[in-house]
Design a protein around this ligand. Structure first.
Ligand code: F0G
Length: 470
């Protein structure tokens, strides 16, 4: 019998371990103090749930879901620092201490003087566009997120997406940029008719792709030349700043906080859903430079949102956001966060699952149209994939394609499924399980069937429509 030398593993195994270790991303800069059990259902249970939910994942009770990648919005885990801050909440109706803390943090992080809390991002958009837009004007953006578009349109604006031509390239560092030539052309040809230019950073609707600081600064210059306000939708600004540090010339040694400050410097208005890079479960805000505009918004909000020092939030929520905004700028946190998205993307890419490349900041976007080539657009390949993934492994994702945008949204829009990763919630073993589910699906692709819509509301149909497999 041959006895292995004590303490030294045979070389081939060592190499294999090193390769496996290389697959992990940067480590969690935290340890876990509180856990929440998740439910592991059987396939039969999931198939019954799907049928009952009309094959719409928004209708599935969250308790049934094993791994919930529906959204990264409001689904993150708060830190011990945030939970401690909650207890400091001052619930006074007007002028609460918590408001002043929140205001000081937002001013410090973004550098704009007027800070107006709102209950979430879309409430900030509603107030802003209500004051900014004259009916019939245009609003331009790298790409409007759907609530931003809805609020601009409700205020009477024509919302126009002008993504950079880079967005349709295979791989580019800043696919979230706005098309400066087209912005300049519209501003020149429509004097007085553009209410605002919006930069969504990162660009959620375009796959969580970042916007470069050069693009933000040039947009600011164009806006200044034409006297049009630049609105930055800062919902994922920390992730965007991390990409700038990684990819844009001249920023490698700058702290992420300084990059966020440099973006804030360009903005006339910051609109933010704090449910993303505020690391909070609810909340949002506007930060503005214009005294008169801020005053008009404060007057308007009392009717629907609340007094200007709480804006629909509890004092404790303001405290949690104030702490969360700073934690989101921590570079070890961001390296781990973006690393998790990349970890999942690498597993899927190596399996041969077609993805939007490079992966964005808050999730992996699977090209369902390319993955399920046997399912035509009219049979909703994105929805079919989201359903199959849920049936396979209890993983909930979100269709971003013809169901969400409507069949008339142009035949060049890809049929995507977003695997949005909540912040500080799942481990790499859980993400590996998602990849395993895709590997299983690959073995039975032909059995994945398309769907038809059997019932739908007139607007935002993806939330409530019912489907049936064909
Ligand atoms: N702006 C962007 C870029 C967003 O992604 C969202 C929400 C909002 C504004 C609206 O903020 O939800 O606080 O009212 N995005 C979520 C998502 C819903 O799943 O991507 P909210």
């Amino acid at each position: 019998m041959v006895v292995a030398e004590k303490g030294v593993a045979p070389m081939p195994r060592r190499e294999a371990v090193l390769e496996r270790l290389g697959a992990f991303g940067p480590p969690e800069p935290y340890r876990i103090k509180m856990v929440e059990p998740v439910h592991r259902s059987t396939r039969a249970e999931r198939e019954a749930q799907l049928a009952q939910a009309g094959y719409n994942l928004f209708r599935i009770p969250a308790e049934q879901v094993w791994i919930d990648l529906l959204t990264d919005s409001g689904t993150g885990a708060m830190s011990s620092g945030q939970w401690a801050a909650l207890m400091q909440g001052d619930e006074s109706y007007a002028g609460a201490r918590s408001f002043y803390r929140f205001e000081a943090t937002v001013r410090e992080v973004f550098g704009l003087p007027h800070v107006i809390p709102t209950h979430q991002g879309r409430a900030a958009e509603h107030l802003l566009f209500g004051e900014l837009v004259r009916p019939g004007q245009k609003a331009l953006a790298n790409t409007f997120f759907d609530t931003t578009r809805a609020n601009a349109e409700q205020a009477g604006a024509q919302a126009i997406d002008l993504p950079s031509p880079m967005a349709s390239e295979q791989v580019a560092p800043f696919k979230g940029d706005v098309d400066l030539d087209r912005v300049a052309a519209v501003l020149r040809s429509s004097p007085g008719e553009v209410a605002a230019v919006v930069l969504t950073v990162t660009n959620n609707a375009a796959g969580g792709q970042p916007v470069s600081l050069a693009n933000i600064r040039e947009t600011r210059d164009l806006c200044q030349q034409h006297g049009v306000p630049l609105v930055v939708d800062a919902s994922r600004i920390a992730e965007n700043a991390f990409f700038i540090k990684e990819r844009e010339d001249g920023w490698a040694s700058a702290p992420v906080a300084a990059i966020v400050g440099a973006i804030g410097e360009c903005a006339d208005v910051i609109s933010m859903s704090a449910k993303k890079d505020g690391l909070a479960n609810i909340g949002g805000f506007l930060a503005l430079r214009d005294d008169a505009l801020a005053e008009r918004i404060r007057r308007r909000m009392v009717v629907t949102e609340g007094f200007p020092t709480y804006g629909g939030l509890a004092g404790r929520d303001l405290e949690a956001i104030a702490v969360g905004l700073r934690e989101a700028l921590d570079e070890a946190y961001l390296a781990h966060r973006i690393g998790q998205v990349r970890f999942l993307a690498v597993l899927l890419r190596d399996l041969g699952v077609p993805l939007l490349e490079p992966p964005g900041g808050h999730g992996v976007f699977v090209d369902a149209g390319a993955f399920l080539q046997h399912i035509p657009r009219e049979r909703f390949p994105g929805q079919a994939l989201a359903i199959a993934l849920y049936a396979e492994a209890g993983v909930r994702s979100c269709e971003i394609g013809s169901v969400m945008f409507g069949a008339d949204s142009g035949s060049r829009r890809p049929e995507l499924v977003r695997l949005a990763i909540p912040r500080r919630v799942y481990t790499e073993a859980q993400l590996a399980l998602v990849a395993r589910a895709f590997a299983s699906l690959q073995e039975k692709l032909a059995s994945v069937r398309g769907v038809v819509i059997v019932e739908q509301p007139p607007v935002l149909r993806h939330f409530t429509a019912r489907f049936a497999p064909v």
